[in-house]
Write a protein that binds this ligand. Sequence first.
Ligand SMILES: C[S@@+](CC[C@H](N)C(=O)[O-])C[C@H]1O[C@@H](n2cnc3c(N)ncnc32)[C@H](O)[C@@H]1O
Length: 162
Amino acid sequence: MLPGNRVRVLDFGGTGAFESRAQTAKQLEVVRVNLDPAVRPHFASVQDVPVRPSFDFAMAFGVIEFLNADALRSVLSDIRARMTTGAALLIAELDPEAGVFGRLNSALTKVASGGKIRYWPAGELRTQLEQAGYSRVRDRPDLRPASLLASLSTYYCVEARA
Ligand SMILES: C[S@@+](CC[C@H](N)C(=O)[O-])C[C@H]1O[C@@H](n2cnc3c(N)ncnc32)[C@H](O)[C@@H]1O
């Protein structure tokens, strides 16, 4: 944590929406990693983020569907290397196994993107997190983000500790 108790947050796939809405924004130092220059990220890749000072919290909301297995493995490991031991990583993702809409949306997105976008089932993500060295990997349904299509689609949220 920084002097003055500001919490350092690594927002993988962040666009600025989080800090613009967070009620605690003044107490946060958010570092955005995004390969889209239009969202004015601090870094295009996690590997470009200095390892120190470390992060107190990390998040990846609605982004891991863009990563294949190799890329997800690298990103999870690179994020963990930049986190304070015991700090939490939260990952939220549209649940491709939840209900008709989740399955349909997931299948259509995969086809429309030529296989480049694939929503990760929660079980596969939990396994990847454990293999990347995270501990206390668990579902956090209480922290699931609300969706615009909340009545139809469901997001899951997984927490893991560095
Ligand atoms: C659906 S948006 C989610 C944005 C934000 N996290 C949110 O919850 O509102 C996905 C974002 O991930 C970014 N993205 C996709 N692949 C990425 C990668 N390999 N590394 C960093 N950012 C990526 C995209 O540029 C896009 O801004």
